[in-house]
Design a protein. Structure first.
Length: 329
């Protein structure tokens, strides 16, 4: 009976141990960390504190030792969010790093990881950036970093005031160039360093952009605002010209319609001074002669309008007689 009791207790103990390990492993798999090695000088490791450790501060420790007797160091500088830590910032001391996250009193390890700090490097921005112009070609260069130059690429981006998207060119550190620049346009330039993936980094990290510069026809400017202002002024002038032209067309159309309406509603009244022009010029003031000619013209005009009507009436009478003759027999 005692053996059965001991066997049952051992099974329960093993079950609890397996369950605790599974729970710890599940939490460890759920923890996502973000690792950044700033130019191989400082390490920053962050975790999702709100999702994983609500209302609880965890303890973080690290070591760069590779031997059996590792010396674990506590986090010197915690990153806080509403009084709860979500990351740690410490000095880079070697290529191999081991980290551990424990509960607030350090009695239980919640997460651990070993990694190569060299695979998480975020380079510094390029230093002493220079531009060399030759006609429509520009070459950009910078100082070579002290270490791992083969792992770096220099990226150049530019756009004119007429472009919406940046154009990008990448080359080996530390020189890059492009051609085809319009001397009449102002361009914005910016450069940064990138780490090669996956040969040098496991994460695609680039440096911050160097300060943006502005160039036009090989001349360094404070900004491209003047170019944008001239462009907007041109648009305003063209818009005004189009508006004036459109108004002139509309006025001409309205004027033509007004003249047509005036002629249809109010016909032109002849000028009285021209009615007796023939009397004075052609008939030397002989009123009777002018009157006879005028009556003759009026009579002739009247006959011209009446003759078709008479002919039409005669033709209709002939057709009626023919129709009556056919119906008689």
């Amino acid at each position: 009976m005692r053996l059965i009791f001991q066997a049952c207790s051992m099974i329960i103990t093993l079950g609890n141990l397996v369950a605790s390990q599974a729970q710890s492993s599940g939490l460890e798999d759920a923890i996502k960390t973000k690792i950044i090695n700033f130019n191989n000088e400082k390490m920053q490791i962050t975790w999702a504190a709100r999702e994983l450790f609500r209302n609880e501060n965890v303890s973080f420790s690290y070591t760069f030792d590779e031997g059996k007797h590792k010396v674990w160091k506590p986090c010197p500088t915690y990153l806080l969010d509403q009084d709860y830590n979500f990351g740690c910032l410490f000095k880079t001391e070697g290529p191999t790093l081991a980290i551990s996250i424990r509960n607030s009193n350090g009695s239980e390890e919640l997460f651990s990881k070993k990694l190569k700090s060299d695979f998480y490097i975020k380079p510094n921005p390029p230093e002493n950036v220079t531009f060399f112009w030759k006609e429509d070609t520009v070459t950009v260069s910078c100082n070579k970093p002290e270490r791992a130059v083969k792992c770096l690429r220099l990226e150049l981006q530019y756009k004119s005031t007429f472009d919406k998207e940046w154009q990008s060119r990448t080359s080996r550190c530390c020189r890059v160039g492009d051609q085809g620049f319009d001397s009449r346009k102002c361009y914005s330039f910016r450069v940064r360093l990138k780490r090669l993936v996956p040969h040098c980094n496991v994460v695609n990290y680039s440096s911050d952009w160097e300060a943006e510069t502005f160039w036009k026809n090989g001349t360094l400017l404070d900004s491209c605002d003047d170019d944008r202002t001239s462009q907007s002024n041109t648009v305003i002038v063209l818009s005004c010209l189009l508006a004036v032209l459109l108004m002139m067309i509309i006025l001409l159309i309205l004027l033509c319609k007004r003249q047509r309406l005036q002629k249809s509603v109010m016909p032109a009244i002849p000028d009285p001074k021209y009615i007796f022009a023939d009397l004075l010029n052609d008939h030397n003031g002989n009123f009777q002669e002018w009157l006879d000619k005028t009556d003759h013209v009026v009579l002739q005009t009247k006959l011209e309008y009446e003759e078709p009507e008479c002919i039409t009436e005669a033709e209709s009478q002939q057709e009626d007689e023919k129709n009556s003759g056919k119906q008689g027999p």
